[in-house]
Ligand binder design. Structure first.
Ligand SMILES: Cc1cc2nc3c(=O)[nH]c(=O)nc-3n(C[C@H](O)[C@H](O)[C@H](O)COP(=O)(O)OP(=O)(O)OC[C@H]3O[C@@H](n4cnc5c(N)ncnc54)[C@H](O)[C@@H]3O)c2cc1C
Length: 72
């Protein structure tokens, strides 16, 4: 475990979906589990691009300052 405070015996976590929620969840879990597996139905592109599993992706999105601070 990265910081030694994860649940004993829980070496791996599985997250379903590599959207914003899944990626952020995986990032937090990585501090507590040895391995984090993200199960995603899409093939993830190397560059930011629209994909089938996130049909809202091409729509304009706003990010509030509070959200940006958390992401940073
Ligand atoms: C038109 C529009 C405008 C919006 N504007 C804003 C905005 O300005 N600001 C804002 O904060 N929010 C906005 N939203 C909302 C925001 O887009 C969603 O809240 C956010 O994308 C949800 O993220 P998520 O990670 O929960 O889900 P998603 O982004 O839907 O990700 C789900 C992931 O799970 C994967 N998946 C699905 N099923 C499976 C499966 N069976 N097995 C494996 N993987 C699977 C998908 O491929 C996808 O990668 C907007 C939404 C819309 C539609």
């Amino acid at each position: 475990m990265a910081n030694g405070c994860g649940p004993p015996g829980w070496g791996a976590a599985v997250v379903c979906g590599a959207g914003m929620a899944g990626l952020l969840t995986a990032r937090v879990l990585a501090d507590f589990f040895d391995r984090v597996l993200i199960v995603e139905s899409d093939t993830l592109p190397d560059e930011p691009a629209a994909r089938r599993g996130v049909p809202q992706g091409p729509h304009p999105h706003g990010l509030l300052v509070g959200g940006q601070r958390i992401l940073d």
